[in-house]
Design a protein around this ligand. Structure first.
Ligand code: ADP
Ligand code: MG
Length: 390
C-alpha cells in the first residue's frame, strides 16, 4: 500500500511502531472509528498491545518483524521519538509511513532540530552552539553563559542535561556527559512553557489544537492547562510557528512543538516530538477531536478533524510514585474519591508495575470555566497527595 492508494477507509489495519501509552491511546481511537491496529514492540504485555488486534513481538530493527508489519498493515506510524530511522526507511519501501523517517531523524538530534527550526522554518530558538569536541568549548562566546549543556540525542524528561555557569563548568559537564555530541543553549528567563499539537495531512492541510501550558516537576511534565493562560497574540504566534515547522518538514502526521514564553513576551521554539505528546492528552476530553484521531486521519489520508476546544481542562500526570506510601510500601491510590469529583476523567495505561517517575496514567479535569476545571484538578491533587496546580 502506498500514498497513491490513500485514503484508507475503516476496516484497514494500521501499524504502530512502539507499544507504550501513546500507541495504546491511538489504538483505542482507531477502534472507535472501525480500524484495526497491529503493534510492533519487543516487550511482552505492553500498554498498546493489550488493546490492539495483533502484536508482533520483535525488536524495532528486526527485518522479519518489520516486513511482517509492512505486509499486514496499510499504513504505519510511530509512537516513540527514537524509533530507528532505518526501521522507518525499510517500512517505507512497501507501506505508507507517516511521519516520514527524514522528519523523525531531524527531531532525534537537538543540533539538527535547532538548525532546522531556525534556518529552514524561520522560527526563533534559544541562542545555541553545537559542542561536539572539547575544542569547541574555547570558541564559545561569553554571552552564552549561564547555559544548559544537553546531549544531542536520546535526552528526555530532563535527562542528559547539565546547568553550566562558566566555561570551566562546561568542560566538566562535557566530561560528565561522556563527551558525546551535545548542544549548549543559553539559559533563558522563562515566563511560561507552552506547547502546540499540530497535524498535517497528506495534501498539506494543517490544523493546530489550542495552546497547552505546561508545568514540569523534576524534569517530567506534571500539569497541563488548556488553553494556556497567555495573551491571544502569543497563542496565535505559537500556532503559526508550529504550522511553519510542519510545512517546512513537509510533514504528514501529528507533531508537538514545545515553546518557551520569555519574560519579555517573546516566544522561542524549544524542541519537537514527531508524534502525539503527553501535553496533548487533554485533547481527548476537552476538544471535538483529539491528537490520536488526528494521527489516524493523517496516516489514512482522511480529512483532518475539527480541533475546537469545547471544555477548559487541566491535566494531571500520574507517576508511579502515587503507588507507594511514605515508607515506600506499595499502595493503591484512592480511585473511589477521585472518581467522585465531577468532570474528572481517569486514564490509566495498563502498566503492570508501578515504578517511581514512571508514567502510569493521567487525569483530565474539565469544567464550564477554566477556574472550575482548575478547582477540580486541585481537589484531585489533594486526594492523591500531589502538589495543587495553580
Ligand atoms: P527534554 O527532552 O528533557 O524535555 P528540554 O529541552 O525540553 O528537554 O528541557 C527540559 C526542561 O529544561 C524544559 O522544559 C525547561 O524547563 C528547561 N530548559 C531547557 N532548555 C532551556 C533553556 N534554554 N533555558 C531555560 N530553561 C530551559
Ligand atoms: Mg521537553
Amino acid at each position: 500500500m502506498q500514498q497513491d492508494q490513500l485514503p484508507l477507509n475503516p476496516g484497514h489495519t494500521l501499524g504502530m511502531m512502539g507499544g507504550g501509552q501513546l500507541g495504546r491511546m491511538f489504538a483505542i481511537e482507531a477502534a472507535y472509528m472501525g480500524y484495526h491496529v497491529t503493534v510492533l514492540e519487543p516487550g511482552a504485555g505492553s500498554p498498546a498491545a493489550e488493546v490492539s488486534l495483533k502484536h508482533i513481538a520483535q525488536p524495532y530493527l528486526s527485518e522479519s518483524g518489520l516486513d511482517e508489519l509492512a505486509k499486514t498493515t496499510s499504513a504505519v506510524s510511530t509512537e516513540f521519538e527514537n524509533v530507528p530511522a532505518q526501521a522507518l526507511d525499510r517500512l517505507a519501501k512497501s507501506v505508507f509511513v507517516a511521519p516520514p523517517g527524514s522528519a523523525v531523524a531531524v527531531a532525534q538530534d537537538r543540533n539538527a532540530e535547532k538548525e532546522f527550526i531556525e534556518t529552514v522554518a524561520k522560527v526563533p530558538v534559544a541562542p545555541h552552539v553545537p559542542v561536539l569536541t572539547a575544542n569547541d568549548i574555547d570558541k564559545i562566546p561569553d554571552e552564552l553563559f549561564p547555559a544548559i549543556l544537553k546531549t544531542a540525542r536520546l535526552g528526555y524528561d530532563g535527562k542528559g542535561q547539565v546547568q553550566v555557569k562558566s566555561r570551566e563548568d562546561l568542560h566538566q559537564a562535557f566530561v560528565e556527559l561522556k563527551e558525546v555530541d551535545c548542544i549548549l543553549e543559553k539559559r533563558l528567563d522563562l515566563h511560561r512553557e507552552v506547547s502546540v499539537i499540530v497535524a498535517r495531512g497528506v495534501n498539506g492541510e494543517t490544523a493546530t489544537f489550542p495552546v497547552c501550558e505546561n508545568l514540569h516537576r523534576r524534569g517530567i511534565l506534571a500539569v497541563t492547562v488548556m488553553p494556556a493562560r497567555v495573551p491571544e497574540e502569543t497563542a496565535l504566534k505559537a500556532r503559526e510557528y508550529a504550522t511553519a515547522i510542519v510545512d517546512a518538514l513537509n510533514y504528514v502526521g501529528v507533531l508537538c512543538v514545545e515553546f518557551f514564553v520569555l519574560q519579555n513576551g517573546e516566544i522561542v521554539a524549544n524542541e519537537m516530538a514527531p508524534r502525539p505528546h503527553n501535553s496533548g492528552h487533554a485533547t481527548i476530553d476537552a476538544c471535538w477531536s483529539n491528537q490520536f484521531e488526528q494521527q489516524l486521519r493523517c496516516m489514512t489520508g482522511q480529512p483532518l478533524a475539527d480541533t475546537t476546544q469545547h471544555s477548559p481542562a487541566v491535566m494531571l500526570n500520574l507517576l508511579g510514585d502515587l503507588w507507594f506510601d511514605e515508607h515506600d510500601n506499595p499502595k493503591e491510590p484512592n480511585w473511589q474519591k477521585v472518581l467522585a469529583v465531577p468532570g474528572a476523567k481517569l486514564h490509566l495505561y495498563g502498566k503492570a508495575q508501578a515504578r517511581h517517575a514512571r508514567k502510569m496514567g493521567h487525569i483530565t479535569c474539565v469544567g464550564e470555566t477554566l477556574d472550575e476545571a482548575l478547582q477540580r484538578a486541585q481537589l484531585v491533587a489533594r486526594i492523591l497527595g500531589l502538589p495543587e496546580p495553580k
